[in-house]
Design a protein around this ligand. Sequence first.
Ligand SMILES: [Zn+2]
Length: 316
Amino acid sequence: MSEQIYVGVDLGGTAIKVGICDAEGRLLQTFEGPTEVAKGPDTVIDNIENYIRRIVEESPYDWSQVAGIGAGVAGFTNVKEGVILLAPNVGFKDVPIRAILEERLGKPVKIDNDANVAALGEAWSGAGKGIDNCVCYTLGTGVGGGIIINGKIVQGFSGMAGELGHIAVIPDLEAIQCGCGKMGCLETVSSATGIIRMAKDAVERGDRTSLSLLEDIAAKDVFDAAKAGDEVAVRIISRAAFYLGKSMAAVAVTLNPERFIIGGGLSKAGEFLFEQIRETFKKLTPEPVTRGVSIVPAQLGNDAGMIGAAGLFLRS
Ligand SMILES: [Zn+2]
C-alpha cells in the first residue's frame, strides 16, 4: 500500500477527534480521546501527538503513508505561522502548534480555525462535493462561516475572512450589541443564543405564546412551537431566517458562490427554516445572481471538522 493518507484533527474543549482521510476526502478511520484541558496546554499537546500516533498504528496504513496532518480549533489562528493565538476552549494562547507537532511527528502540519475547516470539509466531501465555490454557515451558539472559492479557503488579509456571523445586517433601531462588541451582527439574531433571547424577551413582554409555559427555553423549543403554529415562535424563526437570507444576498453579490451550505445545530430544523431563508434570499438578490444557486443543509455533521482538517493539505 503506497496510497497517501491525510490525518485531520478536530481539537475541541472536551474531546480531540482524529480522522484519517484518503485523497478524495473519504473518512477511513476515526479516533476520539479526551482533551484534558484542566491539565494544561502541555498535556493537551501530548494528547494530540499520542492520538495521532495511535490512530495510524491501529489503522491498516503505515506511518510512511501519512502525507500531512491538519488541525482545526475554535479560536484565533495565525495560519501562515501555524500558531494558535487564542483558543480559550482548549486553554491555548500563542501556541506554535505547527512547529511543535512537526518536530515531534516529523510530518508537515497545517492549522486553521474550526469554521474554515468545517467549511472545507463540506466543500471537499460533503454538501459541496464537486463544487468549487461555496459559502458555509454554521448556526450554533454563534454564527460561524467559511468561504471556499476556486476550491480553496479564503483567508483574507489577516485570516479574518468568512466571519459571516458579524455581518452587520440588523437595522439600527433593532440592533443589540454582539459578543464582538459591535452592534447589529447577524449572530445576535440568527444563532441559538439570538433565538433564545428573542423568545425570552417575548415571554417577558407578556406576549401570548406556549413558550411562556416552559421553565427554560432552548432554541429547539422555539422551532417546535413555530412548527406547531405558535405565532410568536413563528415570528422569531422568520426573523432569524430573514436575516440569514439577507446576509446571503450580500455575500452572493460579493462572491457569487454556487452553493450556500448551512450546518450546525439549528440547521436540523430542516425545510421549515430553509424555505424561509431561500425566500428572503430570492427576494433581496438580483435574479441573475441567484440563478443556479442553491441553499442546502450540511451533510457531514460532526465529521466535517476532521475531514476538513485533513483536507488542509490539498485544498488550502
Ligand atoms: Zn459581532
